[in-house]
Design a protein. Structure first.
Lengths: 360, 517
């Protein structure tokens, strides 16, 4: 990845997550070496957060194209219920059950895309509505009672098989991450998606098929949720409510991740980094204190602090040393003159720490 | 002899070792309209920013406003000494009324926390009258013409403030967004303001305005003052020469030397109906540069977009060679060799948060794609070669966000995005809007080179001089129809304006004029 000259720093901004991660490991490692510094902690953190990671990527893809998918929580939950229900109640073959669950989520994505692209509904609203509808469908399928977990050994082995000590679901996450990193960073498809997210009209006038990529990104998102839901059912058993509790952490990770590596742009590795930095912090604190509310508290605080830091840094860079009043500031916004480009301080206040892409 | 309103002495500002402004001197008397002209990067924006207290200059210089020294780096000092600024982006809220816009910063007159609306209105009317505007303050700002909006912005910054009366009004390229027909209205505002004894510092890169409004002109090049002279002692070509040297003339000469092919046209438009077009038909031949002129609302601004597929078309056909262009399908138009440079690079031209490299290559990624990688090295090399060819500054910053480049350089980058496709038909909408003279010359040169290679070029511009300089033929639009096709000796500024305005003023124009009475 090419780095502009002026960014040759210690990377405290772009890699602050990595430093923080190291700090967490050091602190908790010294504090509770026998509990924290163990292979089993590493393995359990890795697999416990694998589903969140998959969901994070599901959020990331449409967000890169400028569309919010708020239905990921409901979709991942729907997939879990379908895949469990048809196996344990209807005794379907496992592969058929998986196919059905994933196909159902594919349809969810298709409908999301239709509402956003063809009906021109703001993606935020469209997917929020969709999430509620999916909740209703889930109740129809399950009759509001939690299905029994399927019991075949093969079914459990789908995710609980271990490789190098890691549960295989973590490997699935890595495969998915590598695939989407490739798609987003190294194929024309990725360029088109980021272009659509950056400025849909400019992308359209550059010959990019905006509707197609928006639609595809929403289908991808929902289908990934479908796959994630199947893994969750195999890993932890069916649950009627887990999806909603993963929605915000997934979004938080994507936003946090957009302050990393290539600030201002959502990215696969930034997202995974954010997820595992937070996971490490939460796990360490839980080992030390043993309290349950830490998870939410820590995630919320970390998101706000990290994004504020990114915003502050961008503003500091943009305005140089000036602590100018509104008059001066309005100059900075309007002018595109050279001096800034010379001293390299004209990084625009494009984002408030979030990806520049806004919902359509 | 009164105190000068502004005295600048020996002002220098260096950024990372490069002097953006170099021992600059300037004197502006009260009531004088002083134009500051120069290419982007010549230091005029830096000058304004120092004046506004945004930049702190290098030690050794001084700025004195009506006898009082400015405290550098202090926006408060700048304001209290009487400096006022109107920026290109006026900062008006389009949906709010003129009244609300006027009171937005200073606050409304109120009693018991309730706005005294009658008083507020009277005050607003006075503020507007001070710049010669007589409009209803309840009108939403967005409904006003761009010139009137600028007027409102001027009225806002000149609001009476007993503690620090306004002494100097600085315009930072206010007309970059104004169509030619409206510049005259702005001229009245400027004259009205200067007649009250306020000095006006007018930063621009449109030379017409210098001759229209200004008493004195100061030319900047590379951070240094080239000259200060009364406008009456200069003429247009002399001023251009001071700005960039003789390059522009050379471009114009080479435009005349091009010989378009005859025979089968490359672009054929027949009976086009779209949002503002009512049956437009014309041809463009290979190697020909055709200009499109017309006032705002004539159909000029939307014609090229409708051809390319940026906007809808209702009826009619567009052919490129023998291929029919499908409506609203930019991708299909590109596939048959059409390129379209959109008029507003911030809104729909460039993708500001992507790098220059990604913006350029977006128009065609195929050369770099071979499964499984999009190869960055050849991509970078190609973009770098375009940077070199179009003299983009800074020349190696292909990885920087598009937003970090100056306007002229952004335009060059977007130009290269289209030129690299070697289009058959090049549609250019306001190709040099908000671009300084030097970059303009560069862009024109590449446009001519494309035409020389057989591209058919259609240029729509509100800059009549630009059309005259480039075009073999100018189509004049009025009320959605082509009313004239001017070539050769008929191609003059007078002929274009005469045809564009013609006898019957449109209703909108009349209303606009009426508001000035």
């Amino acid at each position: 990845m090419a780095v502009t000259k002026r960014r040759i720093t210690f990377g405290f901004d772009r890699f602050s997550g990595l430093y923080l991660w190291g700090l967490f490991i050091l602190i908790f490692g010294l504090w509770e070496p026998h509990l924290f510094f163990t292979a089993s902690t590493v393995h359990s953190v890795a697999s416990e957060y694998a589903i969140t990671g998959i969901l994070g990527i599901a959020v990331l893809v449409p967000l890169a194209a400028g569309a919010y998918d708020l239905s990921v929580g409901a979709t991942v939950n729907l997939s879990t219920i379908i895949v469990s229900q048809v196996q344990s109640a209807n005794h379907w073959n496992m592969w058929l059950a998986i196919l059905t669950a994933v196909a159902a989520t594919f349809v969810v994505g298709l409908v999301n895309g239709f509402i956003v692209v063809k009906l021109h509904v703001n993606s935020f609203i469209a997917t929020l509505g969709m999430a509620t509808i999916i909740g209703a469908v889930q109740s129809m399928v399950s009759g509001s009672s939690q299905p029994l977990p399927p019991t075949s050994a093969f079914w459990n082995g789908l995710t609980q098989h271990s490789i190098f000590g890691f549960q295989i679901v973590f490997l699935y996450l890595i495969i998915i991450a590598v695939f989407f990193w490739w798609v987003l960073d190294h194929t024309p498809a990725g360029r088109y998606i980021y272009a659509v997210g950056g400025n849909a009209e400019a992308a359209r006038l550059s010959g990019v098929k905006v509707e197609k990529w928006t639609w595809l990104s929403l289908i991808t998102s929902a289908t990934l949720c479908g796959i994630g839901g199947v893994f969750y059912a195999s890993l932890s058993g069916p649950s009627l409510t887990f999806g909603a509790s993963l929605l915000l952490p997934a979004f938080a990770a994507v936003f946090l991740g957009s302050t990393q590596i290539r600030p201002g742009r959502v990215s696969v590795w930034g997202t995974l980094l954010a997820i595992y930095v937070l996971a490490t912090g939460v796990t360490g604190l839980q080992l030390i204190t043993g309290v349950q509310w830490l998870n939410d508290m820590f995630n919320g605080v970390a998101l706000i602090v990290a994004v504020s830091f990114a915003v502050w840094r961008q503003r500091a860079v943009a305005s140089g040393r000036a602590r100018a009043g509104w008059r001066a500031r309005s100059i900075a916004h309007t002018d595109s003159g050279h001096p800034e480009t010379l001293d390299g301080s004209a990084e625009e206040l494009t984002t408030n720490g979030l990806p520049p892409q806004v919902p359509k | 002899m009164p105190n000068p309103a502004l005295v600048v002495r020996n002002l220098t500002k260096t950024f990372a070792g490069t002097a953006a402004l170099n021992s600059f001197d300037l004197t502006v008397m009260p009531g004088e309209v002083h134009a500051l002209v120069g290419e982007n990067g010549s230091g005029k924006s830096t000058m304004i920013k120092i004046l506004a207290g945004y930049h702190r200059p290098d030690p050794g210089g001084e700025v004195v406003i009506d006898g009082e020294p400015l405290t550098f780096g202090s926006a408060e000092s700048s304001y209290s000494l009487g400096c006022r600024f109107v920026h290109q982006d006026l900062g008006l809220v389009a949906t709010a009324s003129v009244l609300d816009n006027l009171c937005m910063n200073t606050g409304f007159p109120a009693r018991w926390g309730t706005i005294r609306s009658r008083l507020a209105r009277r005050e607003a009317e006075e503020d507007l009258a001070r710049v010669g505007l007589h409009i209803d303050p309840r009108t939403p700002a967005g409904e006003l013409s761009p010139a009137l909006q600028t007027g409102v912005a001027v009225a806002r910054v000149l609001k009476q403030d007993a503690r620090s009366p306004a002494k100097l009004l600085a315009f930072d390229e206010p007309t970059a967004r104004l169509p030619v027909s409206e510049v005259e209205h702005l001229a009245r505002i400027v004259r009205q303001v200067s007649s009250t004894g306020i000095a006006v510092l007018y930063v621009t890169h449109r030379l017409d305005e210098v001759f229209e409004f200004a008493d004195q002109v100061t030319v900047l090049r590379d951070g240094r003052k080239v000259t200060t002279a009364p406008v009456s002692t200069l003429d247009r070509s002399r001023l251009i020469h001071l700005l960039v040297g003789a390059e522009l003339d050379e471009v114009h000469a080479s435009a005349a030397a091009l010989h378009p092919e005859h025979g089968e046209p490359i672009l054929k438009v027949r009976d086009l109906w779209a949002s503002q077009q009512a049956g437009v038909s014309f041809d463009v031949h290979r190697g020909e540069i055709v200009g499109v002129a017309g006032i705002t609302g004539s159909g000029r601004e939307t014609l090229l977009g409708a051809l390319f597929g940026a906007a809808e078309r209702f009826a009619g056909t567009v052919h490129v060679g023998h291929q029919l262009l499908r409506p609203v399908r930019p991708d299909a138009s590109m596939a048959v060799g059409v390129a379209y440079l959109s008029p507003d690079r911030k809104l729909n031209g460039g993708i500001m948060e992507l790098s220059a490299r990604e913006n350029v290559s977006l128009s065609d990624l195929r050369p770099f794609w071979g499964f499984p990688w999009l190869r960055r090295r050849p991509e970078r090399a190609e973009v770098l070669s375009w940077f070199k060819r179009l003299a983009v500054r800074p020349g190696d910053a292909v990885e920087s966000h598009l937003s970090t480049f100056s306007g002229g350089n952004q335009q060059k980058i977007l130009f290269s995005k289209w030129l690299r496709r070697r289009p058959e038909v090049l549609l250019l909408d306001e190709p040099t809007q908000g671009v300084d003279v030097g970059a303009k010359v560069e862009l024109h040169r590449h446009l001519l080179a494309a035409a020389a290679e057989g591209t058919g070029v259609l240029v729509s511009s509100s800059d009549v001089d630009e059309l005259l300089a480039l075009s073999h033929r100018v189509l004049v639009l009025r009320d959605g129809r082509i009313v004239a096709s001017l070539t050769g000796a008929d191609l003059t500024v007078q002929a274009i304006s005469h045809q564009a305005l013609a006898a019957d003023e449109s209703a909108g124009e009349e209303r606009l004029v009426a508001s000035w009475q």
